[in-house]
Design a protein around this ligand. Structure first.
Ligand code: SIN
Length: 463
């Protein structure tokens, strides 16, 4: 295997940077260092850990413009989205810098006068993280910030497509004063790093954002040493529009959800389920707005939709569109592609498909691309049945101004994140995560620090 790998700009096919692969020995050494650093870091008081996290966040913000450019070059997303992601990433650090000071224990009344019962929380130990290419900054800080706040040490392996943002973030953590062995980055292919992480006696917790099949194998491989796991896996989000919804608002929010990062988002709407009474109006308005989105290099002013990350992603999207059209769907806009195989650049124009039905691949597989397939429904029960007909359960959205419909949908959709008249519910202060095959555990909010903490129960007797 080569010693290095190339980070390519998916919009131009240019080399951004060559990065050294860390060998198995390098990674094991990093894990051992992280393990050894744990004791000391866990004893640093919470207020000092909080101060260091805040300093890290500040350093990232000071370098925001440069980081965002690097992110756009390695990932392809429009520059304004990269800038937004830097803020989203520091939101996690800021939030957990505060939560570090609120890791509370409790006392429990004992059943005899001679005893006292005290519950304390302590960090789980060394955490190994594998992060995805679609949000190279925020998915990393969403794990690193609560881990460090809790007193854990942290080793991250970023995606080989987008390691540069993470490498820079880790450098800035060290510049902020977080010790080098406390937060480290290693570069390797996911399968190799996953095997080393899960097999290591030093790692106490694995946290992963990525596909469901990889998540399943990490869970299985973590079983031998009973590691803690947090898994943010695939999604297939339904977005329901009821006949009483504000249609213009629903169109605007559908675009915000569906076309963020060119649809390469686990939580993006993947099935647009619209009540028959308004399906024509909604589809027409959506297609009109989608036609205005500009496709191109994310560094160019005005770009809304950047390139698809690689050929594998592109082929999957094209296959799903073709399959839907072959089976009777109609493309109201899009169904247009640009692929330069020599350069490795792939663009899919934002596409709205109408007359979609359950026989189509797109209704059952995550697309990870800028395609909005619209399917009609008669009544709310039917909408719920369509929405829940998937092994995934990450995010669901619905648009209605009727509180009965909204309450029914909230209570019956089997999803971890629900947006009611909201196409963008993700936030550092709220719990992000899925049900069913979309994952285990939550990241963000009060819940997001829990997976990095153990509970210790102390019973004092003979008083
Ligand atoms: C993801 O797609 O994995 C995360 C997106 C988000 O945090 O909103």
């Amino acid at each position: 295997m080569a010693d290095t790998f190339k980070v390519m700009d998916p919009a131009t096919g240019e080399l951004v940077q060559e990065v050294k692969y860390d060998s198995e020995e390098d990674i094991n050494r990093a894990l051992e260092r992280g393990h050894k650093a744990f004791k000391k870091w866990s004893q640093v008081d919470a207020h000092e850990r909080s101060r260091l996290l805040k300093k890290w966040s500040q350093k990232i913000q000071e370098n925001k413009q440069d980081i965002a450019k690097v992110m756009t070059r390695e990932n392809g997303k429009p520059l304004h989205e990269s800038l937004g992601e830097v803020d989203y990433a520091t939101d996690y650090i800021d939030w957990y810098a505060e939560e570090a000071k609120r890791i509370y224990g409790r006392t429990i009344p004992a059943n005899t006068e001679s005893k006292r019962i005290i519950i304390t929380r302590q960090p789980v130990g060394l955490v190994a993280a594998i992060t995805p290419w679609n949000f190279p900054a925020a998915m990393m800080t969403r794990k690193a910030a609560p881990a460090l706040a809790a007193g854990c040490t942290f080793v991250v392996k970023p995606a080989v497509e987008t390691p540069l943002t993470t490498i820079r973030f880790i450098e800035l953590a060290h510049e902020a004063g977080i010790p080098e062995d406390v937060v480290q980055c290693v570069n390797q292919r996911g399968s190799v790093a996953g095997e080393i992480f899960t097999g290591s006696k030093f790692v106490r917790k694995i946290t992963f954002t990525g596909s469901t099949p990889v998540g399943k194998s990490l869970i299985k491989d973590s079983a031998d040493t009973i590691k803690h796991v947090t898994m943010e896996l695939g999604g297939h989000a339904p977005l329901i529009v009821a006949k009483d919804a504000d249609i213009d608002f629903a169109v605007q929010q559908t675009i915000a959800s569906k076309f963020r990062n060119a649809g390469q988002t686990c939580v993006c709407a993947n099935r647009i389920i619209v009540q028959e009474d308004i399906v024509d109006t909604f589809s027409k308005k959506l297609a009109e707005e989608v036609a205005k989105l500009k496709v191109g290099n994310g560094l160019e002013e005005g770009t809304n939709i950047g390139p698809i990350i690689n050929k594998k992603g592109y082929d999957k999207i094209v296959k799903q569109i073709k399959d839907a059209i072959d089976k009777g769907a109609e493309a109201l806009v899009g169904n247009k592609y640009e692929a330069d195989e020599d350069k490795g650049c792939y663009f899919v124009y934002p596409t709205v498909l109408k007359n979609v039905d359950d026989s189509m691949m797109i209704m059952h597989e995550e697309t990870f691309g800028p395609v909005a397939p619209i399917i009609g429904f008669q009544n709310i029960k039917e909408a719920v049945a369509i929405a829940n007909n998937t092994p995934f359960g990450l995010a669901a959205y619905f648009f209605t101004n009727d509180y009965r419909t909204g309450t029914y949908l909230t209570e019956n959709l089997d999803y971890g994140i629900i947006g009611w008249n909201d196409g963008g519910p993700s936030a550092a202060h709220a719990p992000f995560g899925g049900m069913k095959e979309s994952g285990l555990g939550r990241e963000g909010g009060l819940e997001g620090i829990e997976p990095y903490l153990e509970t210790k129960y102390l019973s004092i007797g003979n008083l």
